[in-house]
Design a protein around this ligand. Structure first.
Ligand SMILES: [Ca+2]
Ligand SMILES: [Ca+2]
Ligand SMILES: [Ca+2]
Ligand SMILES: [Ca+2]
Length: 391
C-alpha cells in the first residue's frame, strides 16, 4: 500500500482522537473514547501494514513473472548431427579452455582409440540415429526379421529389441530422421507407392502412414533433413533439374517447392554448415565444395568454402565433429580421416584426426553416440561396432 494512504489513515485516526477529547466534557467518556480511538488507530496501522505487505508480494510476483518471461524468450538450444531439431539462433563462440572449465567446453581435435560397443552386425544395413530421444544416437540394425534398436547409454549399445515386430523392408531406401519433430528419429521407408513414416514412440516404431499419398521419387538422391528450421525433417529430392523441398507438416510431406535450379557435379549433401540450426545445401563440384545457406524457404547464393578443388578418396561427410554446432567437412581418405572445421563461412585447415590410415570393414558413420554434441566416428566391422570418440 502506498505511504500516502498510510499517512492519511494515521492523520484521520489522530483527528478522531483529538475530536473525542475536545467534544466530550466528562473525563470517563474522554478516556473511553480515547481508548476506542487508539484501538481504531492500531487496527488501521495493522491493516495498512498488511496491505503494504500484500502490495510488496504482488510486486515480487510481477518481477518473478517478468524474469520468467525473459527466460522463456531466450532461445532453447539442442544438439544435432544430421539432425533436425535444433533451434539455437546463433553459433556459440568457442570459449578458450581454462583450468576451471570442463574439457567438454573445448573443441574436439581428434578421434580417440577404438572402443568396441557391440558384437552385433546387421543382416541388411546398420544405421545410427537417436530414436529414443535422449540426445545419444542409437544403433539400428536392419535384420532379415525386423528392425532392431540397441540404445546407446553413452559408453555401449544396450540390449536389442525388435522395433517393427516383424520383417520390414524399403523398396527404394530406409532412412531414420525426426519427421514428426518430437526429438525422436522416425523410421522412413521409401517404397514404390510412396514414402511411409513410422513415428518412433521411444520404444518402437508406430503405425505407418503414406506421407506423400502416392508414388514419389528422386532422380539422383533423396534426403530427410530440416531445411525449413521448424525442427521437423523435410523431404529433399535432388532431381535432374534442381532441388525440390517437400516440407514436413508433422504428419505428411507438403507439395514440392523448387528451391534451386542447381545440381552437383559430384554429390549433393544437406547439413547445417553455418550453425543456425537449419540444414544448408552443400554442392560438391569439380572446382570445390559450395555452400548455399538455407533461409528457411530457399537456398542463398553459392560460396566456394574450400577455395579450390577438394576430394575424398573413399567418401565425404558433413557433420559437426568439433562441437560448435557447425557441420564440418569430413574426408575419408587413404591415409586417415581428415576434418576441415567449418568457420561459418568456409572450411578451415585440414587435420588428420585418426593420425594414420583407418578402415571400416563394412561401413563408416559419423553420429553423436556419446551425447556431447560432437559426432563420433563409428566403424562397422565384420566382428562388431567400434566407436572412436571425438575429443
Ligand atoms: Ca538415444
Ligand atoms: Ca519423431
Ligand atoms: Ca522442416
Ligand atoms: Ca544453416
Amino acid at each position: 500500500m502506498p505511504k500516502k494512504i498510510v499517512a492519511t489513515l494515521l492523520i484521520t485516526s489522530i483527528l478522531i482522537i483529538m475530536m473525542a477529547c475536545i467534544s466530550t466534557p466528562k473525563a470517563d467518556t474522554n478516556l473511553a473514547q480515547t481508548e476506542m480511538a487508539l484501538q481504531i488507530t492500531q487496527t488501521s496501522m495493522v491493516m495498512s501494514l498488511a496491505q503494504t505487505q500484500e502490495s510488496m508480494n504482488m510486486l515480487a510476483t510481477q518481477n518473478a513473472m517478468q524474469l520468467t518471461q525473459t527466460a522463456l524468450a531466450v532461445p532453447v538450444t539442442e544438439n544435432s548431427t544430421d539432425n533436425p531439431a535444433s533451434p539455437p539462433t546463433a553459433p556459440e563462440q568457442p570459449t578458450p579452455l581454462t583450468p576451471s572449465q570442463p574439457a567438454t567446453a573445448s573443441l574436439a581435435t581428434n578421434f580417440g582409440s577404438p572402443e568396441k560397443w557391440s558384437d552385433g552386425v546387421c543382416d541388411i544395413a546398420c544405421y545410427f540415429a537417436d530414436v529414443t530421444g535422449d540426445g545419444k544416437a542409437d544403433f539400428i540394425a536392419h535384420d532379415n526379421d525386423g528392425i532392431y534398436v540397441l540404445p546407446s547409454d553413452g559408453s555401449s549399445f544396450g540390449t536389442y529389441t525388435n522395433w517393427t515386430g516383424g520383417p520390414s523392408g524399403c523398396d527404394k531406401g530406409c532412412y531414420f530422421a525426426d519427421a514428426t519433430g518430437d526429438g525422436k528419429a522416425d523410421y522412413i521407408a521409401h517404397d514404390d507407392d510412396g514414402i511411409y513414416v513410422l513415428p518412433s514412440t521411444g520404444s518402437s516404431f508406430g503405425q505407418f502412414t503414406n506421407w506423400t499419398g502416392g508414388p514419389s521419387s528422386c532422380d539422383q538422391s533423396c534426403h530427410f533433413t530440416d531445411v525449413t528450421g521448424d525442427g521437423k525433417a523435410d523431404f529433399v529430392a535432388v532431381d535432374y533439374d534442381g532441388i525440390y523441398v517437400l516440407p514436413s507438416t508433422g504428419s505428411s510431406f507438403a507439395s514440392p517447392q523448387k528451391w534451386s535450379d542447381g545440381g552437383c557435379n559430384i554429390a549433393c549433401y544437406f547439413a547445417d554448415a553455418n550453425g543456425d540450426s537449419i540444414s544448408d545445401f552443400i554442392a560438391h563440384d569439380y572446382d570445390g565444395v559450395y555452400v548455399l545457406p538455407s533461409t528457411g524457404n530457399g537456398f542463398g547464393s553459392p560460396t566456394n568454402w574450400t577455395g579450390g578443388p577438394s576430394s575424398c578418396d573413399f567418401a565425404c561427410y558433413f557433420a559437426d565433429a568439433t562441437g560448435d554446432r557447425m557441420a564440418d567437412f569430413i574426408a575419408y581418405d587413404n591415409d586417415g580421416i581428415y576434418v576441415l572445421p567449418s568457420t561459418g563461412s568456409s572450411f578451415g585447415q585440414f587435420t588428420n584426426w585418426t593420425g594414420g590410415p583407418t578402415r571400416c570393414d563394412q561401413s563408416c558413420h559419423f553420429a553423436d553416440v556419446t551425447g556431447d554434441g560432437r559426432v563420433d566416428y563409428i566403424a562397422v566391422d565384420n566382428d562388431g561396432i567400434y566407436v572412436l570418440r571425438a575429443r
